[in-house]
Design a protein around this ligand. Structure first.
Ligand SMILES: [Zn+2]
Length: 479
């Protein structure tokens, strides 16, 4: 089956010789069997289907390099502004253990709502870092997204008994078993009916894995030619923990044990030795990242809520680090994340010159594709996958249209997105998902959140209630 979109007002096409995205006006885009076959003016048919795309912006589907869709959506209205003064206000050590879906029903609701939001905001490829559960891969496949399943494994879990010191509950045997299970899940991912589901290696955090688990998982990734990802340099607490253990920064240690290379994706890579909060005496980590060829998974929203930021996106890019963008938390709105990426960089860099929307758009397309080692996504050119997004330029939020990408990123966000295609399949049609009933899943998520909130005192080190840990914005007046 061949399809052509006719007379696209602004097509963001990939100029292969120049190696850059360019606007092409009044263009046709043809595809068949999930692959773009031609881009040009009034392409000659015949085509099985012809779609009038005049008055539309068409751009490559966004590549999201870091999400936790099975746990994050349930935290809406809960962890948005929680405090954790003993841990530099990172939410990792006190809040994440307390606020989790209580069962697979809750995890499944979380996942479907997140996948729906991702698609509706123009994401066509996503890395999903989750603890595996029954039905996970099937749900990813049925969503229509191009999904890379990254099943978690680790040797230790964090815990605190006082809210200011972090302890590690080590169990290497369990870590090894989880790694082996993850390898099996990755094999299964490759056998799903949807060819759009694949797998990658994901040891959870730099401070919760032994050197041998990191080396072995990286060797497995190398052997199978799969990407490998880990959380590192994500909190001040973690930076000091790694200094205490090894006399090295988290990034330096990963490089020294041989797991930092082009297949490595580091989330979130904020607390490099040069970060001003650390007042450390060296300034090597950024160069280590550049030399290794590893990528950064940049997720500014969740950190900006806690007053934490990369220092800065522009300086990482200028140094030559490959950066992709991810939605580490709700909303799973990639366009919102991109806007935050630009604003946060300019605030921290104290200049509009720190980044451009061009930089941010490249990070969300080419940067993500590079992180996954792919040259057939994140761009629209003959031979690329037919993953693209169509935006209605006549939507009031887009008008007046002088610069369509800026209209969308600064103002319209996902509101003007009409259609999203993955592998040539229309997964969003006229603004509505064809694969997920978002209203029904949101209602299921509401019930799952209520169950989670009830269980909070059992999971908090001090036995606090949800309302004590995450107070309401306003008090409730009884009538
Ligand atoms: Zn994460």
């Amino acid at each position: 089956m061949s399809t052509v979109l006719r007379d696209i007002d602004y097509l963001v096409a990939w100029h292969a010789e120049a190696g850059e995205h360019v606007y092409v006006r009044s263009a046709d885009l043809a595809f068949a069997d999930g692959v773009i076959t031609a881009i040009g003016k009034r392409l000659d048919g015949p085509f099985d289907t012809e779609i009038d795309a005049s008055g539309h912006l068409v751009f490559p589907g966004l590549v999201n390099v870091h999400t936790h869709p099975t746990s994050e959506t349930i935290r809406k209205g809960v962890t948005d502004e929680t405090l954790s003064p003993g841990f530099w206000h990172s939410s990792l050590y006190e809040h994440l253990p307390a606020f989790n879906p209580v069962d697979d029903e809750g995890r499944s609701a979380c996942l479907k709502v997140a996948l729906a939001e991702l698609l509706l905001s123009g994401v066509t490829t996503v890395i999903d870092l989750s603890a595996p559960f029954d039905g996970w891969l099937e749900t990813l496949g049925e969503s229509g997204l191009r999904a890379v399943a990254a099943p978690f494994f680790r040797d230790a879990r964090w815990f605190t008994t006082d809210g200011h010191s972090l302890s590690y509950d080590w169990n290497e045997k369990a870590g090894r078993e989880a790694f082996e299970r993850a390898c099996r899940v990755i094999e299964l991912a490759g056998q799903q009916p949807s060819s759009r589901v694949s797998g990658m290696l994901s040891p959870s955090q730099v401070d919760t894995c032994t050197e041998s688990l990191l080396r072995d998982s990286h060797a497995f990734a190398t052997e199978r030619d799969l990407p490998w990802t880990i959380h590192a340099a994500q909190s001040v607490t973690e930076f000091h923990e790694m200094q205490k253990r090894h006399g090295k920064s988290p990034i330096e240690w990963l490089a020294d044990i041989g797991v930092l290379d082009q297949r490595s994706v580091i989330a979130h890579c904020i607390f490099l030795d040069s970060h001003p909060w650390l007042h450390w005496t060296t300034n090597r980590d950024l160069e280590v990242m550049v030399e290794s060829g590893a990528s950064v998974a940049h997720c500014p929203t969740v950190f900006s809520r806690r007053g934490i930021a990369l220092n800065t996106l522009g300086s990482y890019l200028r140094a030559g680090v490959n950066v992709g963008i991810g939605t580490d938390t709700y909303p799973h709105n990639m366009l919102d994340e991109m806007r935050t990426a630009a604003n946060a960089a300019r605030l921290v860099g104290q200049t509009v010159a720190d980044v451009t929307f061009r930089d941010v758009f490249y990070a969300a397309t080419i940067g993500g594709a590079n992180a996954l080692g792919r040259d057939d996504i994140g761009r629209l050119a003959p031979g690329s996958r037919a993953d693209f997004v169509s935006v209605d330029l006549s939507h009031p939020s887009m008008m007046p249209v002088r610069e369509p990408l800026r209209s969308m990123l600064v103002v319209a966000q996902e509101r003007a997105i009409r259609d999203v295609y993955v592998d040539g399949e229309r997964v969003v049609r006229d603004g509505t998902l064809t694969t997920i009933d978002l209203q029904a899943e949101s209602e299921r998520l509401q019930r799952a959140q209520a169950a989670m909130l009830k269980a909070v005192p059992n999971n908090d080190w001090a036995g606090r209630s949800a309302d004590e840990l995450a107070p309401m914005v306003l008090p409730t007046q009884e009538l």
